[in-house]
Design a protein. Sequence first.
Length: 235
Amino acid sequence: MHTTALVLFSGGQDSTTCLAQALSKYERVETVGFDYGQRHSVELQARLVVLREIRAQFPQWAHKLGEDHFLDLAVLGQVSETSLTRDTAFKMESSGLPNTFVPGRNLLFLTLAAALAYRRDLQVLVTGVCETDFSGYPDCRDDTMKAMQLALSLGMDKRFLIDTPLMWIDKAATWALAEALGGQALVDLIIEHTHTCYLGDREHRHAWGYGCGQCPACALRLRGYAAYAAALSKP
């Protein structure tokens, strides 16, 4: 039986929902964040606010929420030439992938998270990757996660489980999951304190939260929230 988990926690909507589920599911939960030179580095501050608010607003989870870890992965920004690590416009590449794809990002995140989990004696790695509402990133696929779970377990001689709560649901369902886990209080926390916008915009406030409203991340979050809100309004 799995009782401990390490959540890959960026401070965005998806990872906050995954954290809430982990806190409802496991007895001890720790978090890890990564600085890889992302343009939207404001998420690194947002994640600390979200952790603080979860501790304050959800006492039933606070005692389960353990240490937060932070890793400097500047090398990833140095080897990648993407619109998330460079000041370039968002576009589709000839490969068919958007230039927001950071090659190796999730693979490196999971490898380092597993090494940390090994040291901290944590059994489960929780990540918010998804095949349903995603941009075609190959390192978000279920097959990739299964392969990583096997490779990490073999390579570290420790049986890890990679938990992907959002793999088969869309953004509207992610909002609904947050409500099911923490009620309107968690939905409001996600709207007010999480950060998803690729441009790091914390000036413009929308019904779904802060962001430029134009980048791919904002567009996805907007569509998901609109569908979620529309479902709520139905009699």
